[in-house]
Design a protein around this ligand. Structure first.
Ligand code: G1P
Length: 290
């Protein structure tokens, strides 16, 4: 019996240096794809997978994210006074219920593993999801919901994976793969950002994880890895052999929004997929003389 997946951790403490100057005074997670901040896509994806508690690991300068998921009294009062019912409804419809979002801070930028460790007490002794909002997946069924379904079958640890060109292995966690069955590939090893010549494969981890709480024991050793950071990948690697561990080839297209061209591509792809702005955008693109 697998334990139900109820909690999700969003490591959102990073500085967003790759997106400067946009991210000088606003969190990178507040950058918008069409008309929604990245963090809202991530939260909605988690909710669609049945997540009930959203744990944000933030840092200084990230408070606009808290405001975003709070009621804006002035805005609501103004919309109500102007009788803008549809806008008011649209604004309320995606707000989390009271107490569903929990904020904690990563006090020092010591890496992704350290950020996840900051959520240990709030997660407690149960499985949890991790979503990196920089990674956004355009798909019919949200990526984490696809993973949650697979998790209900196989349990253990599950990471979303995709093949990347070999010259890019140094940007990702890379899987040493075992047997593949449909969308699932057994994980035999995991290495953080190996050089192309050292990489055990080209199967790379993207920012969606379902993890068992035993990982916290390893994270708490606070061992430094690639880039002298406390890496989530290294602690996950310790769970291999102790618990079931699978890579999951999700259905959909992933965009790296921490990268400027990935961010622009995501805006175009998500824009084209939207019934309200898609047709106009498609006309504009068709008319471009490239
Ligand atoms: C992190 C993880 C890496 C993973 C990547 C996915 O790296 O450490 O294993 O492949 O996210 O986006 P980062 O992008 O924070 O350097």
């Amino acid at each position: 019996m697998t334990k139900k997946l109820r909690k999700a951790v969003f490591p959102v403490g990073g500085l967003g240096t790759r997106s400067l100057p946009a991210t000088k005074a606003i969190p990178k997670e507040m950058l918008t794809i069409v008309d929604k901040p990245l963090i809202q896509y991530a939260l909605e994806e988690a909710r669609a997978a049945g997540i009930e508690q959203f744990i944000f690991v933030t840092s200084r300068g990230k408070s606009t994210m808290e405001d975003h998921f709070d009621v804006s009294y002035e805005l609501e009062a103004t919309l109500a006074a102007r009788n803008k019912k549809a806008e008011l409804e649209a604004l309320r419809q995606w707000l989390p219920s009271i107490g569903q979002v929990v904020y904690t801070r990563q006090q020092e930028p010591l890496g992704l593993g350290h950020a996840v460790l900051c959520a240990a007490q709030i997660v407690g002794d149960e499985p949890f999801a991790v979503l990196l909002p920089d990674d956004i997946v355009l798909s019919e069924k949200p990526c984490l919901a696809q993973m949650a379904e697979a998790y209900a079958d196989v349990g253990g640890n599950l990471i979303a994976v995709m093949d990347v060109p070999r010259e890019q292995t140094n940007k990702y966690g890379i899987v040493a793969p075992g047997a593949t069955d449909g969308r699932l590939t057994e994980v035999k090893g995991l290495v953080e950002k190996p050089k192309p010549e050292d990489a055990p494969s080209t199967l790379s981890v993207i920012g969606r994880y379902i993890i068992q709480p035993e990982v916290f024991g390893y994270l708490n050793r606070r061992e430094r890895g690639a880039g002298n950071e406390i890496q989530l990948t290294d602690s996950l690697a310790r769970l291999i052999g102790e618990q079931p561990f699978h890579g999951f080839r999700y259905d959909g297209t992933r965009y790296d929004c921490g990268d400027k061209s990935g961010f622009l591509a995501a805006n175009i792809a998500f824009g084209l997929a939207r019934p309200d702005v898609g047709p106009g955008l498609a006309d504009f693109i068709r008319g471009l003389k490239l």
